[in-house]
Design a protein around this ligand. Structure first.
Ligand code: HEC
Length: 94
C-alpha cells in the first residue's frame, strides 16, 4: 500500500515538473518571437538572406526589382509580411 502511494506521489511530482518545464519553454519561445519582430531590416537581411546563398548586396538590384525578389524570397525564407517589408525597405534605400 505504501509503495503504491509514493509511486502516485512521484507521478504527480513528475507531471508538475513536466508542466513547469513546458510552460517555461512556451514562455521563452514567445520572448524570442517578440525579439524577432523588433529586428530592423538590416538585421533581418543579415540573419536570413545568407542561410541559402551569399547575402545579396543592396546595390545588386533596382528598387523595383527588390520588390519582386522580396516576394520570391519571402516564401523561400518563410518570412512574415512585416519582415519582408523591412528587408525590402532596407535593400531599396541603398
Ligand atoms: C531557403 C533558402 C533561401 C533563403 C533563406 C533566401 N533565398 Fe534567395 N534564393 C534562394 C534560391 C534557391 C535562389 C535561386 C533560385 C531562385 O531564384 O528562386 C535564390 C535567389 C536569390 C536571388 C537571385 C534572384 C535572381 O533573380 O537572380 C536574390 C537576389 C536573392 N535570392 C535574395 C534573397 C534575399 C534578399 C533573401 C533574404 C530575405 C534571400 N534571398 C533568402 C534561396 C533562398
Amino acid at each position: 500500500m505504501k509503495t503504491i502511494f509514493s509511486y502516485k506521489k512521484a507521478t504527480v511530482l513528475g507531471s508538475l515538473i513536466l508542466l513547469m518545464t513546458a510552460s517555461t519553454v512556451l514562455l521563452n519561445s514567445c520572448a524570442v518571437s517578440k525579439k524577432i519582430s523588433q529586428r530592423s531590416g538590416v538585421q533581418l537581411w543579415a540573419e536570413n538572406c545568407q542561410r541559402c546563398h551569399n547575402t545579396p548586396s543592396p546595390a545588386t538590384f533596382s528598387p523595383e526589382k527588390w520588390e519582386t525578389v522580396g516576394l520570391h524570397m519571402q516564401s523561400r525564407a518563410l518570412l512574415t509580411e512585416s519582415e519582408r517589408e523591412k528587408i525590402v525597405a532596407f535593400l531599396k534605400q541603398q
